[in-house]
Design a protein around this ligand. Sequence first.
Ligand SMILES: [Fe+2]
Length: 308
Amino acid sequence: MTDSNTLEQFATKHNIQGLTEPSLEALMTNTPGYTTDKARSFLAFQQHINEKLLKHHIILCNDYCNWFERGDQNKAQVREFVVQFSVFSNLFLVAQLHKTINADTIEGMHASKEILANEIGVIFNAQKARKAMVDSPDAGENPDIVSTEGSVEGGQFRFKAAHFEWLYRMAQKLGLEFTDIGKRRHGTESTLFYCDELTRIYGNEDYLISQAASYAVENWAAAGFWNQLVKGFEKFNDTSEIKLPLGFFTWHALIESQHAAHTQEELEELYFDREIDEDKFIHYGNEMLDGVAVFWDGLENQRQQLEL
Ligand SMILES: [Fe+2]
């Protein structure tokens, strides 16, 4: 690995500041596909992405999450939120399976399976996770000690480590039963629209469309909504007689902060590796974020109706 200073000097010399270190490294070592011309056109593309995709209103301002973070929600509002999230959590599996099937390289398929398998209960095989398994026979049940790092390769499956089951345990504390959550019939029109858009765009057969959706979704998640939800739930727990287990949300907040660092590297890898239709990428990224916005706007309407 070349040190950061050398990479920075190389970037300055060729006027390509702004690229991530793996790309600079690939340029310095003349990796096929990596040229300074292409680096400059990538930076122009990034500029377009910043202006035409990353300023989407759901990234800049999420009314529902801003409200949720304040912690003023009543029990009915929390229940409905958990129901809608449980539908999303289950239907996300459908989208992720499509993404896995439609992967156009074996590496892409593996990356998608990592997410899918972890989602249904395979605990990442990392040092921390192994330690947790030894320390606690209930590992998996408590997402606070389930690793957010590593690979599902060689990892252990536990029913209780399925993300849906973390939500189920939260739902039970709110008086909800298994048959009250997670099914398509429990979703509002806006939640279902969002889930179907995930399958259509994020799980698309066209790799570029699917990657555009991934990039958009990652940037939306990196904008911090998980942390806002955690804060709101903590305030709810402080003031309510119910103490909700928050592992589903704290675990996702943690993993998201790690994803954010990789998202940009993945985009650059995609760009140097293939010919990209830039307008198409931005178009489908925006369509995905429109779907995301419908979900949150639906929750915002619903919570207003449940205001006491
Ligand atoms: Fe999840």
